[in-house]
Design a protein around this ligand. Sequence first.
Ligand SMILES: C[S@@+](CC[C@H](N)C(=O)[O-])C[C@H]1O[C@@H](n2cnc3c(N)ncnc32)[C@H](O)[C@@H]1O
Length: 281
Amino acid sequence: MPNISEKLREAADILQISGISEPRREAASLIAFALQKDKTFLIAHPEYKLSAEEETRFREFLQRRANREPFQYITGRQEFYGLDFAVTPDVLIPRPETELIVENAIELLSDKSRFCEVGIGSGCISVAILHKVKTASAIGLDISPNALQIAEKNAKLHQVADRLQLKISDVFEVLKDEKFDLIVSNPPYIPRRDFEMLQAEVRDFEPTIALTDGKNGLSIVEKIINDTRQFLNPHCFLLMEIGFEQATEVRKMFSSKIWKSVEILPDLQNIPRMVMAQIEK
Ligand SMILES: C[S@@+](CC[C@H](N)C(=O)[O-])C[C@H]1O[C@@H](n2cnc3c(N)ncnc32)[C@H](O)[C@@H]1O
């Protein structure tokens, strides 16, 4: 049976040929996951020989990763805002830049606030907010019933399910006369024309409906901005993630007759990524 050190070398070569950018690091993560150990075990025991069962498991994971399946779909997990989230190919893998919405939402919410998320996906945004703001409650909407099942699982995992209602909805369609203290969203904003240029991991494995509106990338963004007015309490905020180079166009979608202020905030790499708009009344 081959040992960890030999397996690492072989796996890194296979991943490199497949176009994975950090093959050695990813090979180590895959072995650690197959052995159900952390990476320090690999460093401390390079001579450890994999059992037949571990070897089979590792070979399957390596094959999947070499086919460019994201590591997170293999492990079924992704960390977001310090919490562990279950992920499957039915949901977008939570991205670090989306934490900007959570940070700002936590600042804006006060006691007993109620907020709404459009396109909840894995639930990462709403669950992280509810986990931090213990008196808040929320409604999470998504057009994908399968995504809502994952959101529910994550809400239960982090013990916020009693404060999070989940509904199938095309944007706000399912809502009646409700009003919220905050609306958050990370909508599908990638233009269809950019879709084919995405990394294989994203294009071929993440749900297309979570990535693009199939048009210019701004149709759902615009619908959210226009319809939010109906569901937001006076002087409350809309927080929404937007794509690279969309800031100018998005800003124009906010009428000064309805919105008191519109700010575009940068992510950690100084790329404008989030719009924060306050409604007049
Ligand atoms: C970019 S993902 C965001 C998921 C999650 N909130 C996050 O930040 O990781 C967009 C989500 O919007 C959902 N979605 C796409 N079109 C929608 C629509 N018309 N109405 C409601 N949800 C939609 C997708 O199913 C997906 O879960």
